[in-house]
Design a protein around this ligand. Structure first.
Ligand SMILES: [Zn+2]
Ligand SMILES: [Zn+2]
Length: 342
């Protein structure tokens, strides 16, 4: 089969490799659609990542397809079943899993190899985070499972409730998914982004209003002034991943409010936070990373329900040979359709 293999920084090669054979517990799927992801772009630049096996490594982690082979001991799925797969699964037994924090699992297993005609799903993921493709759901939408599950997890972890004024900073894929989920809960969402097209999209994803990004103190004041009540937001989500935006997120929350630091910043970066609102304002500030098996199931149900125009988040389909070029440029997520898939 044809597969993209990462060999090092910037070195992604389309190769002819043997079809994967499933070991006990494993499932092999013919990829109908994979999706590019900002994490892939980062992995390609760096040539290594904690979620990647050592190079040369099969590449890509968002996919849906049809089962073509199952290993010994697999009760479900069977050959011919259409499935969606998450990009990881927790062990269920470590310190963190035992404390109901599977997103912090010490022995997490990651998926890699979605940019290929066939994808081997590790036994742990096959057992815990491989799900039937809901009827009528396009595979390129189902492949959004991982990013959407992360957003589901972040919203569940937050205290955002119906009627709350919620500010989402960042109108990329994650900001839009957060907006859809929060609006679905009955929150009034204000989305902030410098790009007019993303602001317009947020309104169709359920935002009550969309504003320019808070780039400085004046921008922070402008966002606070736009939130009814004049006290700041009940809940803020930062979905950009820059230290300056993390600081803006804290400045936009009202006393007693909550800040969710969802966008991951570059390694080694730091932020400076004002002590008064944290202490006298009793702010709650928390990170949110990755997803849980429950969030994966919720995300797939939402995608199947089609309760937001999720298709707007992905661009035109590409072939395997175009992936490296697309990842080097910035742009929307693109469905990758590997030719020759069974
Ligand atoms: Zn991803
Ligand atoms: Zn664990």
């Amino acid at each position: 089969m044809r597969a993209l293999i990462l060999h090092g920084p910037g070195d992604l090669r389309l190769e002819e490799v043997p079809d994967p054979e499933p070991a006990p517990g494993e499932v092999v799927i013919a990829v109908e659609a994979a999706l590019t992801c900002a994490t892939d772009a980062k992995m390609l630049r760096q040539g290594a990542h904690p979620a990647l096996p050592p190079v040369p490594a099969p590449f890509g982690h968002e996919a849906a397809g049809t089962v073509v082979a199952v290993g010994e001991g697999v009760a479900w799925p069977a050959r011919g079943d259409r499935v969606a797969v998450a990009n990881s699964a927790p062990c269920g037994e470590c310190f963190f899993c035992a404390r109901a924090r599977p997103s912090l699992c010490e022995h997490i297993v990651y998926l890699s190899g979605a940019f290929a005609e066939r994808l081997r799903v590790p036994a742990r993921i096959a057992a815990r985070n491989l799900l039937p493709l809901p009827p009528g759901l396009a595979p390129e939408h189902a492949a959004m499972l991982e990013p959407f599950a992360c957003a589901v997890r972040a919203v569940e972890r937050s205290g955002a409730a119906a009627g709350d004024e919620v500010v989402v900073i960042g109108g990329g894929v994650q900001g839009q998914l957060l907006t859809a989920l929060l609006a679905g809960r009955g929150c009034r969402v204000t989305l902030c982004d410098p790009h007019a097209d993303r602001r317009a999209r947020a309104l169709s994803f359920g935002a009550a209003r969309a504003l320019d990004a808070p780039r400085d103190q004046e921008g922070v004041r402008r966002v606070r002034a736009a939130v009814p009540g004049g006290r700041g937001a009940d809940v803020v989500f930062e979905a950009v991943g820059r230290p300056a935006t993390w600081e803006a997120a804290v400045a936009i929350a009202r006393p007693g409010g909550e800040v969710n630091l969802y966008g991951g910043c570059a390694p080694g970066t730091t932020v400076t936070l004002p002590t008064f609102p944290l202490h006298y304002g009793e702010l709650r500030v928390q990170g949110s990373y990755h997803h849980t098996p429950e969030a994966v199931r919720e995300a797939l149900a939402r995608l199947a329900a089609g309760d937001a125009p999720y298709g707007e988040l992905i661009g035109a389909p590409i072939g395997l040979e175009e992936v490296a070029g697309v990842l080097a440029a910035s742009g929307p997520k693109r469905p990758v359709i590997p030719r020759g898939a069974a």
